[in-house]
Design a protein. Structure first.
Lengths: 309, 458
């Protein structure tokens, strides 16, 4: 079942088409990576799903029902442009934001105490927000986002402003949320974290969806039939002369007589490559190289924008 | 609804806990006092030189010298009383002293269109006594100095002085003198209050909206509540802050007045000199004053009564308070919505300037023309200023104290309806601009851009 579905959503700002017939679906208990260059329309789509702005065409469904303001309480949204009241005390502010989500004051306090302990910011409860470091403010915002225990989250660039230790902690929290059954839209420019966290991805460019699917599926779709072979050899060999024409050696590096070769396989299979190599070298490692999300992102976006080539 | 309450609560508590709130609560009344006292002082300063026309038919005071009080000048006229009254209405003189010919009673009547400054009556009386005693001393009497003094005292004490007010239609009465001043003061005070309130608290709305935007917290909040709820919450919250401040001022004013009253009771007593003058006036004195003003005058009623109180009684305060509250609240909401829209549209303080001007100008303009409105509360200027929602809260409050003759019921209904419509329109426009603006960063906002936002469907 899909938690959230957007059907052919179009959003116009005057003459500017911020989204053009974009459809996405967030599967239950999945993390969907929402990717795209700046200005592609990600934030507009996120805001529409959050019932902050409204589509000119198309519809959004939440758990099968047409999205209304009532559903908003079931969403945990961490916006990219996020801040806090600087002059307000940390605890007070967290309670306020929780109350706006519909939580009762006492309930909010109890849960906040738990999360403040867990995120090691408990001692800051009575301090003003302006005294907090950016990382601590980010933690506070994250806590407020998840505090009301929704089952659906939207994280827009959740890792910005965090040091690597905290990024790791946050990743674990996000995976923990998923383990507990949550569904998540995860929007970021950090492709490495997409590969770590996402089940599905959607790539938006210039207001249109240009790519979607499961992470592995997408990577499969763009694979270059590239294999990495690590081998040693007792005598000097000229690899290219040993292999038939179907195999194209992209690069070869030598580290203390352990060679690593990238070989592109055309028209045949990996087995043929192995068969061709086996008589000549002793293989230590062999694996297919899939393109990274980073490469896919760049190649797909650039394809649409010839100026960048 | 509940969420709006949460927003209002936060808005209110955050402001009330701040030091600036305390400072403004203390400075506010001083500022207000300055604004009110300065024009009053200026007005009194202008009253310094009062010319009183003297028509002496008795011949006794033909050489009556101007009082020692330098601010009063007597000018002798020899015209018919009716002509002089007409000239008085045309403001040729500030007052007219009429001393009729009469063999038994010595005295006169002071006519004026509005209240003379305090002490004018006693100054005139003192001048008359002085001149009479001088007149007596010019003659030679074969009596002792003591007897002479007694005679003089006896004679001068016989001098009677009455006071009559003439309105612009020539109607005469012995009261209603302070009415116009009171009407003016009430109008200005309510106008200033509304102006200050709009100016101070709408700026606060703008600042708070802008703060949320520059803090980047606004998107977190609008993910829980609708932008319109946030906007309403802020506007109402700030209104409550202002009302709290107002209440503190009113309560402290009452307390201070109470303390002053119990410490200096004499300040609140009637002007004894004036009363003394009037109480010596025998009933038959009025027979010799050829005037309609005699009608209904009882001798035992003091002529210079506590005019201030009498005039106050003529003002319909319930009616004024109701409309004051109406224009106070609607005027605030009308402007606060627009200020909130500006706060939502721009990115920083400096950008607010170009949009602030069209909002501050109408209010300032109303103040500039308020004098003309007050002088001519049923004129065209007053009418147009009181049906435009941008100016009507102040213009109407300046006109309303003049009563039904100045502002007719249909005008009040028209003004109030347009004000309510204005509030709805400004809230609608503001909501549109606000909703788009608060999520828009780094864009130079122009009026054209705002117009585009207003036309967005959702």
């Amino acid at each position: 079942m899909n938690i959230v579905e957007a059907h052919d959503v179009t959003k116009l700002y005057g003459d500017f088409r911020a989204l053009n017939k974009v459809s996405i679906a967030v599967k239950e208990n999945n993390i969907l990576g929402l990717l795209g260059p700046n200005g592609a329309g990600k934030t507009t789509l996120i805001r529409i799903i959050n019932h902050i702005t409204f589509p000119d065409e198309g519809e959004v469904f939440f758990k099968g029902e047409k999205l209304t303001q009532e559903h908003v309480a079931q969403i945990g949204y961490l916006p990219e442009e996020r801040g806090l009241y600087r002059k307000m005390k940390v605890g007070e502010q967290a309670i306020y934001l929780a109350q706006l989500k519909g939580m009762l004051r006492q309930d909010a306090i109890t849960k906040l105490k738990y999360w403040f302990e867990k995120f090691e910011i408990a001692s800051w409860w009575n301090r003003k927000v302006e005294e907090l470091s950016k990382g601590m403010q980010q933690k506070l915002q994250f806590i407020v986002t998840i505090l009301h225990q929704p089952k659906f989250f939207i994280f827009d660039e959740p890792f910005s402003g965090f040091d690597p230790i905290n990024v790791n902690m946050l990743k674990n929290e996000i995976l923990e949320l998923k383990k507990n059954g949550a569904s998540i839209i995860f929007s970021t420019h950090n492709m490495a974290s997409v590969e770590e966290l996402c089940d599905d991805i959607v790539l938006i460019n210039k207001s249109e969806k240009i790519l979607e699917g499961g992470l592995r599926e997408v990577k499969n779709q763009f694979k270059q039939h590239m294999f990495e072979v690590v081998f040693t050899t007792s005598h000097e060999v000229e690899l290219s002369s040993l292999l038939p024409e179907d195999f194209h050696i992209e690069s070869i590096t030598d580290a203390d007589s352990v060679f690593t070769a990238l070989i592109k396989v055309e028209h045949t299979s990996a087995n043929d490559l192995l068969a061709a190599l086996l008589p000549h070298v002793s293989i230590q490692g062999f694996q297919e190289i899939f393109p990274s999300m980073n490469e896919i992102f760049i190649s797909q976006v650039n394809k649409m924008n010839p100026m960048n080539n | 609804m509940n969420k709006i309450l949460i927003i209002i609560k936060r808005e209110y508590l955050q402001a009330v806990k701040k030091k600036t709130f305390l400072v403004m609560t203390i400075l506010g009344p001083l500022l207000m006092a300055g604004l009110i006292i300065t024009p009053t002082l200026l007005a009194n300063y202008g009253k310094d030189n009062q010319t009183i026309a003297v028509l002496d038919e008795s011949g006794l005071f033909s050489k009556l010298n101007s009082p020692n009080d330098k601010s009063i000048h007597f000018t002798y006229v020899d015209k018919d009383l009716l002509v002089l009254k007409k000239e008085l209405i045309d403001k040729k003189y500030d007052a007219l002293l009429y001393i009729p010919y009469n063999s038994t009673i010595l005295g006169g009547m002071i006519y004026s269109t509005s209240s003379l400054g305090t002490g004018v009556i006693s100054s005139v009386l003192a001048a008359m006594k002085r001149d009479l005693s001088n007149e007596i001393l010019l003659n030679e009497f074969n009596i002792s100095q003591d007897s002479l003094n007694m005679y003089i005292e006896n004679q001068t004490n016989k001098i009677m002085l009455g006071q009559t007010f003439i309105d612009k239609n020539g109607e005469e009465s012995k009261k209603a003198s302070y009415l116009k001043e009171i009407q003016l003061v009430i109008g200005y005070i309510s106008g200033i209050l509304i102006y200050l309130f709009i100016f101070m608290y709408c700026s606060m709305v703008l600042r708070n909206v802008l703060e949320e935007k520059t803090n980047r917290i606004v998107e977190i909040i609008v993910s829980s509540v609708k932008p319109i709820q946030l906007m309403i919450g802020k506007i109402v919250g700030v209104a409550l802050i202002g009302l709290t401040q107002l209440m503190i001022w009113i309560i402290s004013l009452i307390i201070i007045l109470g303390i002053v009253r119990s410490s200096f009771p004499e300040m609140f007593e009637r002007n004894n000199t004036s009363i003394a003058v009037s109480e010596q006036m025998p009933a038959d004195y009025y027979k010799y004053i050829p005037s309609d003003a005699q009608n209904g005058i009882n001798a035992d009623e003091s002529i210079v009564d506590n005019e201030f109180v009498t005039s106050l009684m003529e003002i319909n305060f319930v009616y004024l308070i109701v409309f004051f509250l109406f224009f106070f609240v609607t005027g605030y909401f009308f402007y606060a919505s627009l200020y909130a829209a500006i706060g939502g549209a721009v990115d920083n303080d400096t950008d607010t300037q170009q949009f602030m001007l069209p909002l501050t100008l109408p209010l300032l303009l109303t103040f500039i023309v308020s004098q003309y409105i007050a002088e001519n509360p049923d004129g065209a200027l007053a009418f147009w200023f009181s049906i435009i929602p941008f100016t009507s809260p102040i213009a109407m409050m300046i006109r309303m104290p003049f009563g039904m003759e100045a502002v007719q019921s249909w005008e009040i209904i028209l003004s109030c309806s347009l004000m309510v419509l204005g509030c709805v329109a400004s809230a609608w426009i503001a909501a549109k601009i606000y909703r788009t603006g608060i999520l828009m960063y780094g864009k130079k906002i122009t009026y054209k851009e705002l117009w585009k936002w207003i036309r967005y469907k959702n």
